[in-house]
Write a protein that binds this ligand. Structure first.
Ligand code: PEP
Ligand code: MN
Length: 337
């Protein structure tokens, strides 16, 4: 971190600031030029908020040289993280498709969709039991019963399950869940992230509706700082002025994240687009820009779905999209083991 001081900064105040950093084991490099007077901070400055420093009266400007995240940073961990979910790998050349309904609705629905997506080549299944709905009057999910039905579908197919957690107090119910999803609305629920840092299960961290890439990485850092290194990032579209799609899929986030972090990155074309016909082209695009996987909503009867039917594929449409996904993944040199 570099602090540019005001030219007329009194020496005693500068020295007091320097002593304050030295007490935090930060080394100081002072440089007084004709044009500028600056001090360089050498050491771990991740706990220092540049905004706090900026508010000091002798400070003109503050520049961060190093990102405030260490554990998620590719600079300190150059090789890709490969997350292993019951033998199914994501990251480092391994590609996975997670598929299933937006929400778990019934035993028949869950088992039939799970069997269908497995047959088409999905590696993991999804299904929401606790649903974050904009309206309190909308279907909120089957909650505990939904989790039980997911586990039944897992027993019937052998597929690992991915489902969303809304509150840390629900963690004991997630014993049999293989990947815990943090939804867009909870990306900055820091107490939840801290609790998930103590869990020995991979976390699928969705991007917040209006979150920057750096804010998103900092949320991953929360989980990792707690001791859980298995974080998968999921781009699911962001809020923009565009109304033709439910959200705007930020495809450039994928190569940017690949440069900044070593974590696997997957794409959710369903919540990004909100429109069934866009799932296939957006999936192709996601693979082309380097995604390590996809999470796609599939429903046995989308027109009657209790949630997100308009963006859900039928099992037949999913099967045909999967054929293209498999070819595209192979074309870009990744494996779907
Ligand atoms: C979901 O995956 O069911 C979901 C609610 O997604 P998001 O948090 O991305 O809106
Ligand atoms: Mn959904």
């Amino acid at each position: 971190m570099i602090i540019i001081l005001k030219k007329d900064a009194p020496q005693e105040k500068v020295q007091e600031l320097i002593r304050q950093f030295e007490r935090q084991n930060i080394k100081i490099h002072e440089s007084r030029g004709v044009q500028e007077y600056l001090i360089g901070l050498i050491g771990d400055t991740s706990h220092i908020d540049p905004e706090d420093i900026k508010s000091i009266d002798i400070v003109a400007q503050v520049k961060r040289i190093q990102e405030p995240y260490k554990k998620a940073n590719r600079k300190f961990h150059p090789e890709d993280t490969v997350v292993d979910i019951c033998g199914r790998k994501i990251g480092g050349g391994h590609f996975q498709v997670i598929a299933g309904p937006c929400s778990v609705e019934s035993r028949e629905q869950m088992i039939s969709v799970a069997q269908a997506v497995q047959k088409s080549g999905a590696g993991l299944m999804r299904g929401g039991a606790f649903k974050p709905r904009t309206s309190p009057y909308a279907f909120q999910g089957l909650r505990e019963e939904g989790l039980e039905l997911l586990v039944e579908a897992k027993k019937a197919t052998g597929m690992p399950i991915v489902t969303e957690i809304m509150d840390a107090s629900h963690l004991p119910l997630f014993e049999q869940v293989d990947v815990i999803q943090v939804g867009a609305r909870n990306m900055q629920n820091f107490e939840l992230l801290k609790a998930l840092g103590k869990v020995d299960k991979p976390i699928l961290l969705k991007r917040g509706l209006s979150s920057t890439i750096d804010e998103w990485i900092m949320s991953a850092e929360y989980i990792m700082a707690g001791g859980n290194p298995n974080v998968i990032l999921c781009e699911r579209g962001i809020r923009t002025f565009e109304t033709a799609t439910r959200n705007t899929l930020d495809l450039s986030a994928i190569p940017i994240l690949k440069q900044k972090t070593h974590l696997p990155v997957i794409v959710d074309p369903s919540h990004a687009a909100g429109i069934r016909s866009l799932i296939e082209p957006l999936s192709m695009a996601a693979i082309a820009v380097g995604a390590d996987g996809l999470i796609i909503e599939v429903h046995n009867d989308p027109e009657k779905a209790l949630c997100d039917g308009a963006q859900s594929l039928t099992p037949e449409a999913f099967d045909s999209t999967m054929e293209k996904i498999k070819k595209t993944v192979a074309f870009f040199g990744k494996g779907m083991d």
